[in-house]
Ligand binder design. Sequence first.
Ligand code: B4P
Length: 190
Amino acid sequence: MINLVLFGPPGAGKGTQSDMIKEKYSLTHLSTGDLLRGEIKAGTPLGIKAKELMDQGQLVPDEVVIGMIDSKIKEHKSGNGFIFDGFPRTVAQAEALDNLMTENGIAISGMVALEVDEEELTKRILKRGETSGRTDDQNEDLIRNRVQEYNNKTAPVASFYEGQGKFKSINGVGSIEEIFGSVCTAIDSL
Ligand code: B4P
């Protein structure tokens, strides 16, 4: 069983790589971004609140995303394992994830981080914004806010896994296939 955290700043390619990783290793893909966009589309009270924050480039409260992940872990824990994409995004979320995994008799195998510089991230997100319809993808100020939220609140999550000896970092710039090769090497070494 592999339980992987795929990590990196907004637009680093977490969603792109997750789609390929889940096929190769037959994992359950849990993306908090996708789950939140599902709530927005369904017009739920949670989705309405989340949209307000996401449209400002801010994180959604920890208890909301932890609650969503809790029910998904319970639902899929008998599978081959999980790929967590965009979660945990704060140290509080990382601690909660460790507790949820323990409660369910499983554990995180490791974190793989995609390293991408801010100029490249901005370029990718603006390009995606041309077709994604995502309101959080469409202007540079908003993207800067998202990167700032990442630097302040999310980057420390890497040290959390480094402290547990479960951290691997790879270059996230290059072709999607090249990066996938490096991701697989990192996963196989966990
Ligand atoms: P997410 O949905 O997680 O979005 P993301 O960080 O922008 O995307 P990702 O890194 O997956 O990029 P992608 O592969 O698509 O989060 C959105 C928002 O939801 C957050 O800002 C926050 O408000 C909220 N949220 C989500 N989870 C949360 C949590 N746990 N706690 C609190 N709030 C939370 O790649 C981006 C683009 O680059 C794509 O167009 C792709 O085609 C392109 N690309 C990918 N790889 C490339 C490569 N190698 N070369 C060139 N382009 C590439």
